[in-house]
Design a protein. Sequence first.
Length: 290
Amino acid sequence: MNQQSLNYILTASCPGRSGTVDVVTRFLRKFGCYITELNSFDDALNQRFFIRTVFRMEDNAPLDQSAFCATFAERAEAFDMEWELTPSDYRPKVVIMVSKYEHCLNDLLYRFRTGNLPVDIRAVISNHPDLQSLAQWHDIPYYHFPINADTKPQQEAQVQAVLDETGCELLVLARYMQVLSHEMCVRWARKAINIHHSLLPGFKGAKPYHQAYNKGVKLVGATAHYVSDHLDEGPIITQGMGTVNHTYYPADLARKGMDVESLTLARAIQYHVEKRIFLFNDKTVVFERS
């Protein structure tokens, strides 16, 4: 058993009150745990407290998770605390949805194959056949489910069948250029991450990078967020940015934007897997990596 497998992540949130940090840290100390990382935030406006700790047993022995959870639950109840314990080496099952743009998918599959993305990618689903060879090269099953306005319910039923079959725990929309139905958004709330470009000022419609070029933008960016029923308006996880100038033609802006999108999406998935994200009132608290 390696050192990483001996680490655990404890996340908790509760109404803000005196003793919230102490109830976690004191308990860990008494249980014989050594804290290797600790982040906390007290939201004064919403009177909500958030804490994330990474710890291991002081003697490097495996943690008795049943005893830990049963004992901590008693302490947490007094603070009306919502909490979760996760082994740090846990790899959630992921399914990626994509259309024709390959940059985010290619980046995620490479990170997965090289062990730099701590997930278990079970399948790729697309409404186009174009990227099948890319998925197959990484030995990932690829499902092609075409869609139009008349077949959307049937297509989403096919998608859900794959998600159920693979035991999907996190759905990643890696430039999937279709709007999920209300039912899918509700079913995958807090369990689906989307990525899209972020240009200032906002350029909607066709050819956003051509519009950006015509306006002489100096920044290109991307936003990763949880999926919601309001298009591209879900709780924001993280954002990325890159500087550009007058020498960047529309194609150059698009290439720069694709790089930012890929990095931003990978970072959002990493934060989700590492339990760094708290959701409260449709807003996120994110303990970023230092």
